[in-house]
Design a binder for this molecule. Structure first.
Ligand code: PLP
Length: 347
């Protein structure tokens, strides 16, 4: 009878795979013998295989590059790393080797940005996209970054009061983006995302608070779908709705030139994972191209903020099975020496 774990793997998946191979009975991850790691460091153990971070960033840049070439797209692609996925220094340093930009979501992210700049790891002209609900400390820190000369820091307005709060503490003119509050998937229990400004309110908000405000220049429209970038009617529908807002805004706001489609790339969290990244990106770029051409509006530069995609496939956690608990006559539960939830690769 086949009762071993390897039997289950071999019957269920194609194995070995690109990242997982076997050396005799022992598992290797990107050619690193995991048994050696355990013998050296014990368990529980959380590790990061740094080359995978650069590899994924380069893969995304290539896919967008290909799509831009195929569709003769006139805008640029900018890869931002969503820092909240992992703030570890070794992760940030590796990601920043790839000429990327940063997306922040809280006050202390700005301290990290300042430190990275001081160390020469983040360029002075890198984009720093500040998302999230902005409490006092976050506003203060964003203002300090901009007042110290980081002109490519773009706070994304999440809430009506933020323009005034930022204007009070930023000395000079500054760039902003607006986040669209996407509508949730129909089967979800809530209707609209808690973040951003509803579709219908974007144009009135621009007219009332930005258009005649000499201090503020609108550069970016931001759109993020909680459920991620997926090939389904909901995603394409939300993208088209967002593009319609982009076009209407662009027609009255010449400084607007960027569309940020957020994060949300799925990652390989199962050996059966299949996802055609190039196809999805081709479709997104093509859709933006067509919609803008129909409206006779120049295409935007495209920004993404991939978090999980940047780090999630680079990390692993090793646990020891301490005990097998027989809970009924058929099921045994493995009791491990840590907690899955606190050691996820992108926490
Ligand atoms: C504004 C924004 N950008 C990017 C991300 C990163 O998403 P992901 O890890 O799915 O790429 C998130 C995640 O919640 C987010 O809220």
């Amino acid at each position: 009878m086949n009762t071993k774990y390897i039997d289950l793997i071999e019957q269920t998946y194609f194995f070995p795979q690109e990242e997982f191979t076997l050396d005799g009975e022992h598992l290797k991850f990107h050619d690193i013998p995991l048994q050696d790691l355990v013998e050296k460091y014990g368990s529980p153990l959380k590790f990061t295989y740094l080359p995978k971070i650069s590899d994924n960033i380069q893969r995304a840049k290539n896919w967008f590059g290909n799509a831009i070439e195929k569709t003769n797209y006139k805008g640029k692609y900018q890869y931002c790393y969503c820092t909240k996925s992992s703030h570890f220094q070794h992760v940030m340093h590796e990601a920043l080797k790839n000429d990327i930009h940063i997306e922040t979501s809280s006050a202390f992210d700005i301290n990290i940005v300042e430190q990275l700049k001081a160390e020469g790891k983040l360029k002075n002209d890198a984009f720093v996209i500040c998302n999230g609900f902005k409490r006092e400390q976050y506003v203060t820190n964003i203002a300090r970054l901009i007042n110290n000369g980081h002109r490519n820091c773009i706070p994304i307005i999440d809430n009506y009061e933020e323009i005034d709060l930022l204007s009070e503490v930023i000395d000079d003119t500054f760039k902003v983006g607006i986040r669209i509050a996407s509508e949730e998937e129909p089967k979800f229990e809530f209707y609209t995302s808690r973040l951003g400004i509803g579709y219908k309110n974007i144009i009135p908000f621009y007219k009332n608070q930005i258009k005649d405000n000499n201090k503020v220049e609108l550069k970016m429209l931001h759109f993020f779908i909680n459920t991620g970038i997926r090939d389904n009617a909901y995603y394409w529908n939300e993208l088209v709705k967002c593009l319609k807002v982009y076009i209407r805004l662009k027609q009255i706001c010449p400084s607007l030139d960027s569309l940020n489609i957020g994060g949300g790339f799925p990652i390989k969290n199962s050996l059966a994972f299949e996802y055609d990244y190039q196809y999805i990106i081709d479709e997104i770029v093509n859709q933006i191209n067509i919609t803008c051409a129909e409206a006779d509006v120049p295409v935007p530069h495209i920004f993404t903020e991939f978090g999980s995609f940047t780090v999630g496939e680079s990390g692993g956690a090793i646990y020891e099975i301490l005990y097998q608990k027989q809970q009924n006559d058929r099921e045994k539960w493995n009791m491990v020496d840590s907690s899955f939830i606190t050691t996820l690769p992108d926490t």
